[in-house]
Design a protein around this ligand. Structure first.
Ligand code: ZN
Length: 302
């Protein structure tokens, strides 16, 4: 409970810094989100009326996240928490709510039917692929990476809009206009990716170290093949099978993300005479990031 002590100790300074030290203009709504792409989402709709604080900082792995005392201060001032359904929220949302009972907690993934993790049975259990040897029991088995599919983000956009209308009805017309504009952008992104990636024949496969791209793949007729098995490095026999499969299907690229080690991906890429490609599922510049993913995949697909 180190964070709690830090939180109490720093409580008084919160009065001096209205939003945890983040300067914000008068009249803006302080909100918190779990991961960087959500900052993009919330700013798209909140526009100039929102000040966003991100819990999982760029480059960090959300699945083994713990808040810093400074972030608990930001949370104490937040009017809305936009959750996305990442496993760490199972542990921390309750504590966030206790630290700030007046804060509206919005499950932006509400209305999305989550799918099981891919065929390799990767269950999204936070501590398994983390470095902090801590045990937090979150055996869910459902894929949490809903922010990477444009059609699913349209649903999240709607939930985000509803929250702003509820908390700050005064600026309703701005929020609605921002929402409408952003939905148009999402449709354009979706069309770009459809054109880049979709083919009418059998689903094409790509290999990825941590299976973050399941919903993205599903939206564009692709199939992701996970190197991780249930959140762990593959065993020797599993690795051999992955290499055999990749050779058979002519899969040459192995996608990795900065939050996880790419060592095994490199072994596979070398074995199939291919290469490792970086793709970050947590990049804040969401639209550009997904376009780049589309370009990389389009170049890599067999
Ligand atoms: Zn993940």
């Amino acid at each position: 409970m180190k964070w709690l002590l830090g939180f109490l100790a720093l409580c008084c300074s919160a009065a001096l810094f209205p939003f945890g030290g983040i300067a914000r203009a008068a009249g803006t709504v302080p909100v918190a989100v779990s991961i960087p792409p959500q900052k993009y989402f919330v700013e798209k709709i909140g526009g100039r009326w929102v000040a966003v604080s991100v819990m999982v900082e760029p480059g960090a792995n959300p699945h083994n996240y713990e808040p810093k005392p400074q972030q608990m201060i930001q949370l104490a001032a937040a009017k809305i928490y936009f959750a996305v359904g990442d496993p760490f929220e199972k542990v921390w949302l309750r504590k966030f709510a206790a630290a700030n009972p007046a804060m509206l907690i919005v499950n932006t993934e509400q209305g999305i039917r989550k799918l099981p993790m891919d065929s390799h049975g990767h269950g999204e259990e936070a501590p398994r692929h983390g470095k902090s040897g801590k045990k937090e029991a979150i055996p869910e088995g459902l894929d949490p990476h809903v922010w990477l599919s444009p059609p699913l983000v349209m649903l999240q956009a709607r939930n985000i809009l509803d929250a702003f209308l509820r908390v700050d009805p005064e600026h309703r017309s701005d929020y609605e206009a921002n929402y409408a504009r952003w939905v148009t952008e999402i449709v354009q992104l979706d069309l770009y990716l459809l054109e880049k990636l979709s083919r009418r024949d059998v689903p094409r496969e790509f290999m990825v170290f941590h299976p973050s791209w399941g919903y993205f793949a599903g939206a564009y007729g692709l199939k992701q093949l996970s190197v991780e098995v249930e959140g762990k490095e593959p065993k020797a026999a599993e690795l051999k099978e992955l290499i055999r499969h990749a050779k058979e299907r002519n899969i040459r690229s192995v996608f990795v993300q900065p939050q996880f080690s790419g060592a095994t991906a490199k072994v596979i890429a070398e074995a199939v005479g291919g290469r490792v490609v970086m793709a970050d599922p947590l990049a804040e510049d969401w639209d550009r990031n997904l376009r780049e993913m589309g370009d990389k995949l389009s170049a890599a697909l067999p």
